[in-house]
Design a protein around this ligand. Structure first.
Ligand code: SF4
Length: 188
């Protein structure tokens, strides 16, 4: 019989632990009852890829009743061998973090309150502010008369939850505007 790495670990690790502990007189019934109640019990395993950097670690996603209930590193994938960095390990929070803002929130200048806004309002506001800054501060030529097309008064900072493709799109959009100052949490 051919066993992959995960099956081997399950068969040997779990088997040895069960044999040795029960042989030493421990009652394993509470442990088995606990395992039966785990959130992954009965869940479907789906292999996915962490989207946060080009290492592309493999992740096992557990899906139950159409919902993601757990994510963990894939021990069978040779690149990450079951390990994940802090960002990959927090993957579940992408979909299930109760603190995640689900609607655009706006805080007016000098205000101490956040207000809920519609996407239309927020996107118009962002577009107006970006255009205003660009119209005011765009630099076409440097002091030597060379064309530079730079916008130096806007800084773009990506969040830790932007994936590779989102970072690529934002980067291209910012370069098209002439923005030269940008950074992203993955590099910090
Ligand atoms: S962000 Fe971390 S877990 Fe995700 S692919 Fe990169 S190294 Fe792997």
């Amino acid at each position: 019989m051919l066993l992959n790495r995960r099956d081997f670990l399950k068969a040997t690790g779990a088997g040895f632990a069960y044999l040795s502990l029960s042989q030493m007189g421990f009652d394993m019934r509470p442990v088995k009852a606990y395992a039966a109640g785990l959130k992954m019990d009965g869940a479907k395993e789906v292999i996915s890829v962490c989207p946060f950097c080009s290492v592309s670690c493999h992740i096992i996603a557990h899906v139950k009743d159409g919902k993601l209930v757990n994510t963990e590193g894939d021990p069978d994938y040779p690149i990450n061998q079951g390990a994940l960095c802090a960002k990959g390990a927090a993957m579940l929070s992408l979909t299930r973090n109760p603190h995640r803002a689900m609607k655009p929130m706006y805080r007016a200048p000098y205000s101490d309150k956040w207000e809920e806004k519609s996407w239309d309002w927020m996107l118009d506001r962002i577009a107006d502010r970006v255009k205003e800054s660009r119209d005011k501060d765009f630099i076409e030529k440097n002091e030597k008369g060379q064309r530079v097309n730079r916008l130096e008064h806007v800084f773009a900072l990506g969040t830790s939850h932007m994936d590779n493709e989102e970072c690529s799109l934002v980067h291209q959009a910012m370069r098209a505007l002439g923005v030269v100052h940008m950074d992203h949490q993955a590099r910090i």
